[in-house]
Design a protein around this ligand. Sequence first.
Ligand code: NAD
Ligand code: UDP
Ligand code: UDP
Length: 335
Amino acid sequence: GETTKPPPTPSPLRNSKFFQANLRILVTGGAGFIGSHLVDKLMENEKNEVIVADNFFTGSKDNLRKWIGHPRFELIRHDVTEPLLVEVDQIYHLACPASPIFYKYNPVKTIKTNVIGTLNMLGLAKRVGARILLTSTSEVYGDPLEHPQKEEYWGNVNPIGVRSCYDEGKRVAETLMFDYHRQHGLEIRIARIFNTYGPRMNIDDGRVVSNFIAQALRGESLTVQAPGTQTRSFCYVSDMVDGLIRLMGGDNTGPINIGNPGEFTMMELAETVKELIDPSVEVKIVENTPDDPRQRKPDITKAKQLLGWEPKVILREGLPLMEEDFRLRLGVQKK
Ligand code: NAD
Ligand code: UDP
Ligand code: UDP
C-alpha cells in the first residue's frame, strides 16, 4: 500500500457547475439588518451555499440585491411560523423583528415568531441533523439588577409588559433550544446579542442610533428619551457577524453574550452624534416608553475565552460608516 499520498490535486469539478458546495446554510431573517451582513460574510466563502427564508416584515430584498441570481444563493419568501422543508447543514435562526416599534406593532405575531418559528426551525434541524444557532437578546436580562450582565444571570423581566412578546418570547426560544438539545441531542448555539448598529438599519425603525443619525442629517432635534442617563452598549455589525460565525463554528452551546462593552448614556450618544454630524442641531428630552431598561452592558469574558472574540470597531469609528450609508439613502450630501 501507499503510505505517503501526494497532495490532492484540485478536482476539475470544483470549478464546474457540478461542484457540490461543502456547506448549505439556512439564514432565517436573512433579509434584515444583521442577517444581510451575515449573508455577505457567508457568501465570501466559496464553499458555502446560502438559503435565506424571510417574510420581509422588517427586511427587504434590497439588502440582498447583490446576491440575487448568484448560483450559490437562494431567497425564499417564507414565514417561519409555517413549517419549512429544506435540506441544510447549518441554520442561523434570526427571523424576528428587533426594533421595539416593530415588535410591539403586532405583539401576538412577535410571540408566534419567537415560539412557533423557533419550534419549526428546531423540528427542521432535528429532521436533517443540522446545527442551529439562535440570535437571542440582551433583553432576556430585562431591567437587570446585575451589572454588567453575565450569562449566568437569570434576568429581571416583566412577564406581562409591552416588551414581553419579545423578551419572554426569546426566553421561551432559548428554553426550546435547550430542550431539543437535551431531549433530542441537537447541536445548538445561543448568542445573546446586545444593541447592534451599522449600515442597512431601517432609517425610521425607532432605535436610538438610527434615530439620532437620521435626525442629525435632517437637521432635526435629537430626541433623548427621559432621563437620558440610561445606558446602552453598541456593537458594530461587522463585529457582531464575526462573533456569530465563530459561535456557530465552535464547540460551545452558549448562551454567550456578544456585544461591545463600551457603555454610553443616551445623552452622551446624542452629544457624540451631534459633534460628528452637525454641531448646530439641538438635543431635546422627550417622554420615554414603559419598562425601558436603565442600564445594559455585556460581560464578554466568555466570548473572549471560548470564541477568542472581542469587538474591534469603537463607536467613534462605527458611527461615520453608518452616517455614510444614511446619507446615501436619505440623499443628504456632506457639507
Ligand atoms: P431586522 O428586523 O432587521 O431583521 C429581522 C428579519 O426577520 C427581517 O428581515 C424580517 O423581515 C424577518 N422576519 C421577521 N419575522 C419573520 C417571520 N415570522 N418569518 C420570517 N422572517 C421574519 O432585525 P435585526 O436587527 O437584523 O435582528 C436580527 C436578529 O437579531 C433578531 O432575532 C433579533 O431579535 C436579534 N437581535 C438584534 C439586536 C439588534 O440590536 N439589532 C439585538 C438583540 C437581538
Ligand atoms: N418542522 C419543519 N420542518 C421540518 C421538520 C419539522 O418546519 O423539516 C416543524 C414541524 O412542522 C413541527 C415542528 O417543526 O411543527 C417541530 O417538529 P418536531 O418533529 O420536533 O415535532 P412534532 O412534529 O413531532 O410535533
Ligand atoms: N432612545 C432615545 N431616543 C430615541 C430612541 C431611543 O433616547 O429616539 C433610548 C431608549 O429610551 C432606550 C435606548 O435609547 O433607553 C435604546 O433604545 P432602542 O429602542 O434603540 O433599543 P433597546 O431599548 O431595545 O435597547
